[in-house]
Design a protein. Structure first.
Length: 208
């Protein structure tokens, strides 16, 4: 099972607050953004750098800067929106697209209802974001959709993941790295992650 679990103490602390049933929507939204920003450090660890000359107030020196790699963050609507701001805060030049998928409550299969991507999406490294990786159906469908547009490098980024979802992505898309802040125990009979944190979309937008 290929998954990168980000075990930083600050992330684990914030995830625990998010799990609490008494955490309100405002704090939940803020935590989702903060955790996404912290996770972004790990997800972007291998970004290429180039050496540049820098004139400091004291002397000339050599420094490192990003080598201009084109990137995009693609949230799966609607809950994925809660992870975008944290990533954009770290990578202001990143382009943003949107894929609208929802999980049919009866079949648990993904249903697409919206898609808007940067025109040069095939030239970009993509961070696909969705707070919950449950069955993996929506993420797998979104990844395939991006591949159909010519995207070669995709990382799937989540706050909470279930083993079933990770396994599904490993089977369907073994070339895609999965990142999460917590790998939980299992899915229940309704397809919810246990212990999880409930419906992330409802808790982010206050619609529960």
């Amino acid at each position: 099972m290929k998954v990168n679990v980000t075990n930083h103490p600050l992330i684990q602390h914030k995830i625990s607050i998010m799990r609490n049933v008494d955490t309100g929507s405002k704090e939940f939204r803020e935590l989702a953004s903060e955790i996404s920003m912290l996770m972004c450090y790990e997800v972007t660890r291998e970004l290429p750098l180039k050496e540049v000359d820098i004139q400091t107030p004291v002397a000339m020196t050599k420094g490192k800067m990003l080598a201009g790699k084109k990137m995009a963050v693609i949230p799966i609507l609607r809950a994925g929106l809660g992870m975008v701001d944290g990533i954009v805060n770290l990578i202001p030049a990143i382009k943003i697209g949107h894929i609208g998928l929802y999980r049919d409550p009866e079949t648990l299969n993904p249903v697409e209802y919206y898609c808007k991507l940067p025109s040069d999406i095939s030239e970009r490294d993509v961070l696909l974001v969705d707070p919950m990786l449950a069955t993996g159906g929506s993420a797998s469908a979104a990844i395939q959709f991006l591949k159909n547009y010519g995207v070669k490098n995709i990382k799937s980024v989540h706050l909470i993941a279930a083993p079933e979802g990770v396994e599904r992505l490993n089977e369907d898309h073994p070339d895609v790295e999965v990142y999460c802040a917590a790998l939980d125990e299992k899915l229940n009979d309704h397809g919810y992650i246990v212990p999880g944190l409930g419906d992330a979309g409802d808790r982010i937008f206050g619609t529960k």
